[in-house]
Design a protein around this ligand. Structure first.
Ligand code: ARG
Length: 229
């Protein structure tokens, strides 16, 4: 990942956290798979560069950009705090936080979350939202699935996580949990983008590649294949 490698024919290493279906998960072959993984490989093809995807903890992605990894693609929401450390590509997907509760829960409004124990993945926007809820205890996990397991086991009252993974977990734990659109709780729309080193020339190159992938239909085909919209 030396600077000299960042040319056509070189190798780019992207970090992800493969605990976030359908954007990234560990495939049957033990390798990261999912929409983001397919997208960044397609970007690499456009740039004429080989892309390797490394699975790491979500909370260490931003600080690893520019040293251990060349960039990150991880369903990562563009935030002002992150923008202090990294540059983002153009957004490629719109999301919102969802709330997962047990099937028999009375939680229905944002006020119902007050003073509750709320699970989330460490370092995510879901965690930041849970920290803002009055009197609530933010309980964090390295893997979102562990937060949902604790919900099912009654150790937390709610889990805050992005819409699409919430829907996947809702299906996985069918009958035991239910999901609520965070828009009903006043949670704002979020945008996913690829995180890159500050000032990197990759930002323009990747934006161009994203534009090309949209124009030639590849982007929509990947959405249909992995997200099913
Ligand atoms: N969109 C949220 C955020 O940026 C969660 C992303 C979690 N991604 C992951 N691959 N685990 O904080």
């Amino acid at each position: 990942t030396e600077a000299a490698d960042k040319t056509e024919g070189g190798v780019l290493v992207f970090g992800t956290n493969a605990e976030f279906p359908p954007f990234e998960y560990v495939g049957d072959d033990g390798e990261p798979d999912g929409f983001d993984v397919a997208l960044i490989k397609a970007v690499g093809e456009k740039l004429g560069m080989e892309v390797q995807v490394e699975n790491m903890e979500f909370d260490s992605l931003v600080s690893s950009i520019g040293n251990r990894i060349d960039g990150a693609i991880a369903g990562m929401t563009v935030t002002d705090e992150r923008k202090e450390q990294v540059d983002f590509s153009d957004p490629y997907y719109e999301a919102v936080q969802f709330v997962i509760v047990s099937a028999d829960s009375d939680i229905a409004t944002v006020d119902d979350l007050k003073n509750k124990t709320i699970g989330s993945q460490l370092g995510t926007t879901g965690m930041f939202l849970s920290e803002d809820i009055e009197g609530a205890t933010a309980q964090t996990y390295n893997r979102a699935i562990d937060a949902v397991n604790d919900l099912v086991n009654g150790r937390v009252d709610a889990v805050i996580i992005d819409k699409n993974p919430a829907e996947v977990f809702n299906t996985k734990f069918e009958g035991k949990v239910k999901i609520i659109d965070g828009a009903e709780f006043g949670f704002e729309t979020e945008e996913y983008a690829i995180a890159l080193p500050k000032g990197s020339e990759l930002v323009d190159q990747i934006n161009q590649a994203l534009e090309d992938l949209k124009a030639d239909g590849t982007f929509d085909a990947l959405v249909a294949q992995y997200i099913g919209e």
